[in-house]
Write a protein that binds this ligand. Sequence first.
Ligand code: PXP
Length: 241
Amino acid sequence: MAVLNVNIDHVATIRQARLTDEPDPVWAAVQCELAGANGITVHLRQDRRHICDRDVRLLKQTVACKLNLEMCMAESIVKIAEEIKPDQVTLVPEKRAELTTEGGLDCVRYKKRLADVVKRMHKKRILVSTFIAPDNEQIMASAQTGCDAVELHTGMYANAVGKRAIKKRLAMLEDGKELAMENKLMVHAGHGLTYRNIAEVARIKGLCEFNIGHSIVARAMFAGIGPATAEMIKLIDKFSL
Ligand code: PXP
């Protein structure tokens, strides 16, 4: 059965809107965990637009479930991961001007750097996942560099309009998952997943971990982050059986 990591970046986004100390993502993480989340995901961006170093340090001390640190491969960030030692890192591309992570990591182009980062993370016993498009070359490059997992980018599925387009994107995720599993990679998925579109992705057998942020934090505004987390877990459980 698949599990849920809640991405709490946008709790920090609200805090940073006033450069104050609330809402605290550390409090949010506790609520998500109590509601049954398998893990907490945060993205420490180079511009520190939401999550800050202090958050990652405190989360490392307080999160009892999995702490998944999303990060780019910039040296300064890699060094922070080596020092804080989250349970898992998910390697993503990063552009300063983007609203959110736009595409997947180009593991083919950056294969040498990726292999180096994987080695350094493994030395600290940190699992490595790459956030990639469901593309054969990207999957193979992740496998060849020794990654433990891939997170298939579900953004194209989430943005697809019309039954045919949605079916095509689901088929790409299914094929990508197959190839990744054949190459002994764990297969995660995320980006743009919501209460409305999770069912079809959760039905893909073998996807074992979902990273979901914006939709859960948006619902949390009205329902509270505990109930919002529990509701998403209920849907994942129902459709990934
Ligand atoms: N997975 C990765 C690698 C991401 O970069 C993000 C966005 O931070 C997510 C999952 C969560 O996406 P969303 O906020 O659209 O649920």
